[in-house]
Design a protein around this ligand. Sequence first.
Ligand SMILES: *[C@@H]1O[C@H](CO)[C@@H](O)[C@H](O)[C@H]1NC(C)=O
Ligand SMILES: *[C@@H]1O[C@H](CO)[C@@H](O)[C@H](O)[C@H]1NC(C)=O
Ligand SMILES: CC(=O)N[C@H]1CO[C@H](CO)[C@@H](O)[C@@H]1O
Length: 342
Amino acid sequence: MFSTTFLTSLAFLSVVSTSPLDTRTSSKKGPKPDEKCAEFDYENLSLREVGQRNTLDWRMYLLHRDEPISFWHDVPLYPDASNKQIINFVVEIPRWTDGKIETSRPEALNPIFHDDKNGAPRYVESVWPHKGYPFLYGSIPQTWENPNVNHSFTGFPGDKDPMDLFDIGQDDGYTGQIKQVKLLGGLAVNDGDETDWKMLGIDVKDPLATVVNTHEDVEKYRPGTIQAFRDWFTYYKVARGDDVIPVVGETYQNISFVMDTVEESHKYWEDLVSGKEDPGKISTVQTSQIDLSSWVPCKDARKELGIPKKSSKPQEPAAKPEKYSWWYYLNAERQLIEVPGS
Ligand SMILES: *[C@@H]1O[C@H](CO)[C@@H](O)[C@H](O)[C@H]1NC(C)=O
Ligand SMILES: *[C@@H]1O[C@H](CO)[C@@H](O)[C@H](O)[C@H]1NC(C)=O
Ligand SMILES: CC(=O)N[C@H]1CO[C@H](CO)[C@@H](O)[C@@H]1O
């Protein structure tokens, strides 16, 4: 599809990543590389925001050296392949906010958008004592919850999304932020008979990060939070009328198992972007895996894919329905308490 002038040598690609997808191109001799496609550079990331927040048209794109790239396929999983406990994390939902903000599966370069429910922007109800999401929430780049295999631990197929992670650091975060987090454990959530891991991590810059290595370690410094966050994932949809969501194995899985699970998910992602697995409606267009047919040179991506040229003028977010500023209360059986006559 693209001219071979774009087939550049590995030296200029994301050498941070050890994915076999990268190394396969190592012997290729090509013409002068496109400087903008050079090694993934965390200092040169920026965001392009189009449309009004709290509307279904709003989009956030990730830029690398001012060219759009994919949050999902182009941000490496491991900042340093020699330490697989540290991974990159794409912040979708900052702490204490309630908009259901996600990475788009079907759109080219997978921008972040506001998920919809029944044709309107989706929010989560605040269940007492929490306000919105009580942590930063987002996805792990270059991972995939494969819907075509039953996960060996849960017995259920994946939910087709990148893996989710929640970051318990003190920073509030912002949508589109790329962070490095230390993995501490994970919950094998079974949402509607689909495997939907919620990995627990902490921003490596958080003062706590150096003294915690597992979810158990967190207990010493922040008693009760680990259990409270686990429970939050089980009941956060109850206020909208759903059932409690079960966690396979009931509690957090240990760090070595969780690191293996992330790595396995990275392999599923490789099968996805390489076409080994049928992508279905997922857009696998990317700018970093040069020998795959899903590759577009980063300097051409914006034009080829019709990505907006610039951010729109900053504007006030659209108003959200009043009920999302309320608190909802559950009884001991985790059922919604209804006030008679209301
Ligand atoms: C996954 O498990 C279900 C239920 O046990 C089974 O029907 C299905 O064939 C399995 N799928 C795969 C890909 O093994
Ligand atoms: C870690 O978790 C896995 C899955 O639950 C389990 O099979 C394994 O024995 C655990 N390892 C340790 C050291 O607890
Ligand atoms: C192309 C580009 O944006 N380059 C910048 C990358 O980051 C370094 C360090 O912050 C800047 O000096 C470059 O100008």
